[in-house]
Design a protein around this ligand. Structure first.
Ligand SMILES: Cc1ncc(COP(=O)(O)O)c(C=O)c1O
Ligand SMILES: [Zn+2]
Length: 410
């Protein structure tokens, strides 16, 4: 029903081979299905959203390792839309997944695949969320998990998750790109299953974000999907999934895939803006949005293709723009996300100002992780709680409440 195929030289590999890149040319691999054998209609896809609803397009035959991932809400951003002069701005809140980020979609499929392939342990390098998610799904599957993190650059909530769910947490004196290089070697030499987004099976789970967006709008896809981009797995996966729906005749067009990167960590956005065929590695990536602090994205080739083939674009945003968007989402829409996630909304605001996003477009920003992942950044940015004596008068005084006039409007 499916096999692995090199995107560069077309070499094919059996579905049950443990392989991450092409043996002939080191190119990235894709899971390719025999679409003529998949009979799926809109009618078959009635019912609530979830990752496993789309199992006809997932490469798994055994019972999944699951915590009921997916089915995340899509919220209308009415107030932010009004500010930037557009009616149809939405946020898909991937922070509402079991471990608080979109990575769970990839890990429910990836960890299930590990068991299907007979692998006994799993590992990843991570800017935080991948490690939290792998720790959760490894615990669920009952197998050992090893995670490599860049020292001092992972948000507290994510480290806490990896630890409590029982992963072996190793802090590398280097950045994410160093950690990924090391974990790839470790996995290949020790027969450990690698679950970074270079693993094509993990990306199969993540393509369900695209399925859910199309499904939510009754298969009328939005004009544009905006995502924060780090290792570039997610933008690639969503594009692949939507192309599969098009091949099957379930949707009739592909949204403009739009990637947003932090200014200090933007190899893909720079390549798109300059028209370069390939990225230039950013040796010292830096941003407050630690989840996307990646200078050498492994899926760059796939992502550049997804953006260009869909007529989309990529843009950079500053750390200040990211934090301002995070705050705006939180206090005008009630949507709490971590800094990297807010990059998609910061990008929408910037692209709308530049006139790249039209006022009548229907746009979905994927907000990728929950606010509580990174409480330290929030605490630094907000005013401290006001300390008062334990009496009502003192509280009214600091609140500036006048008993006759009541509380000031927001
Ligand atoms: C919250 C969050 N947003 C975005 C990303 C970037 O996703 P990708 O690496 O697939 O581009 C990550 C990756 O770690 C993340 O944790
Ligand atoms: Zn190849």
């Amino acid at each position: 029903m499916y096999h692995l195929e090199c995107i560069k030289c077309g070499a094919r590999y059996k579905a049950d081979e443990v392989i991450y890149t092409c043996r002939k040319c080191d190119g990235l691999l894709d899971v390719v299905y025999d679409y003529s054998q998949i009979h799926l209609t809109r009618e078959d896809l009635k019912g609530p959203l979830s990752v496993w609803k789309y199992k006809a397009l997932l490469p798994i035959s055994r019972e999944p390792i699951t915590l009921k991932e997916g089915g995340t809400p899509i919220y209308h951003m009415k107030r932010i839309g009004e500010r930037i002069g557009m009616k149809e701005a939405y946020a898909k809140h991937e922070g509402m997944n079991p471990s608080g980020s979109f990575k769970d979609r990839g890990m429910t499929v990836g960890v299930t695949k590990a068991l299907e392939l007979g692998m006994k342990s799993v590992a990843c390098a991570s800017t935080g969320n991948t490690s939290a998610s792998l720790a959760v799904y490894g615990a669920r599957a009952g197998i050992p998990v090893i995670v490599l993190l860049p020292q001092g650059k992972v948000a507290l909530g994510k480290v806490a998750q990896a630890l409590i769910h029982g992963a072996r947490v190793i802090s590398i004196k280097g950045n994410f790109d160093d950690a990924l290089r090391l974990v790839r070697e470790l996995c290949i030499e020790n027969n450990i299953y690698l679950l970074n987004s270079i693993n094509p099976y993990r990306l199969e789970g993540q393509k369900t974000i695209g399925f859910e967006i199309a499904d939510f709008f009754g298969w009328e896809v939005p004009d544009r999907i905006i995502l924060p981009v780090g290792n570039a797995g997610n933008i690639t996966a969503i594009f692949k999934g939507l192309n599969e729906l098009k091949t099957l005749g379930i949707i009739d067009r592909i949204p403009m895939m739009t990637g947003i990167q932090a200014e200090g960590s933007a190899p893909i956005a720079k390549a798109i803006k300059s028209g370069a065929a390939a990225i230039t590695v950013e040796e010292h990536p830096e941003t407050v949005a630690t989840a996307i602090r990646i200078g050498d994205p492994v899926n760059a080739v796939k992502a550049l293709n997804a953006i260009r083939m869909s007529g989309g674009t990529a843009e950079t945003v500053t750390d200040d723009e990211i934090l301002a968007a995070q705050k705006l989402l939180a206090n005008t829409e009630g949507i709490g996300v971590e800094p990297a996630s807010a990059a998609s909304v910061a990008g929408l605001i910037k692209l709308r100002k530049m006139g790249v996003v039209g006022k009548d477009e229907r746009v979905v920003c994927v907000v990728t992780g929950h606010l509580l992942k990174d409480p330290e950044t929030v605490i630094k940015m907000c005013d401290k709680p006001i300390e008062v004596e334990a009496n009502e008068k003192a509280i009214e005084r600091v609140l500036g409440i006048n008993r006759m006039a009541g509380i000031k409007a927001r």
